[in-house]
Design a protein around this ligand. Structure first.
Ligand SMILES: [Zn+2]
Length: 206
């Protein structure tokens, strides 16, 4: 792509670093911003910088939060002994939208994926196992997407906590294998949380 302006080229280069944004889309977005009042771009850039500088992760569940403890962990009406293991904040949002779940979450920050160089040490697994060890959890619900990476991650965690004899379940899916949680409709996802099944029985069906 030949640019008549270095400034334009830089902006397009930066924009195209985002996932799913190729050079063409980046150019379209940058040109769109140029057509908007200058204030609009300042607001966008300001919101991004402010978010990046001040973002916080909940000390208990690792969910993105503006406070030390997220609203879910800080809510005394929620059952802290039931913990749903998810990949990221999108899953928390999807499950919260169902209004069917009153426990806590544990946000891993990804899935084990040797292909992408992501190992167990890159995820917040140690703090989860620690909570189980300390007897703080009576049920762990696995709610990662049923991809190979999701299954690998579930199994890895399951092996770590197996000696502690807590209840482990997995969300019963009306969702077909490989679907991401965030795309499941609220009713299906809500139902699959209510009708969760023992984790070990899901292993046998593999
Ligand atoms: Zn939290």
């Amino acid at each position: 792509m030949e640019f008549s302006s270095k400034l334009l080229e830089n902006a397009v280069d930066e924009m195209s670093q985002l996932p799913g944004i190729g050079k063409r889309t980046a150019l379209r977005l940058v040109l769109h911003l140029l057509k908007q009042p200058e204030d609009q771009t300042k607001k966008l850039a300001g919101a991004l910088v402010k978010m990046r500088e001040n973002i916080n992760f909940c000390a208990n569940c690792h969910n993105i939060s503006d406070t030390k403890l997220c609203e879910i962990c800080a809510n005394p009406k929620r059952d802290e002994q039931i913990v749903c293991v998810v990949e990221d904040i999108r899953d928390v949002m999807a499950i919260e939208n169902t209004s069917q779940y009153r426990g806590h979450y544990h946000v891993l920050g990804g899935k084990i994926s040797p292909m992408d160089g992501i190992g167990p040490g890159d995820l917040s697994i140690t703090s989860l196992v620690e909570k189980v060890k300390q007897g703080k959890i009576r049920e762990l619900i696995f709610a990662l997407s049923s991809t190979m990476e999701g299954d690998t991650t579930n199994f890895y965690i399951f092996k770590q906590i197996e000696p502690y004899k807590i209840t482990t379940t997995t969300i019963a899916r009306g969702i077909s294998v490989g679907d991401e949680l965030e795309y499941a409709d609220e009713v299906t996802l809500g139902r699959s949380i209510l009708h969760r099944i023992p984790f070990e029985s899901s292993l046998k069906s593999l």
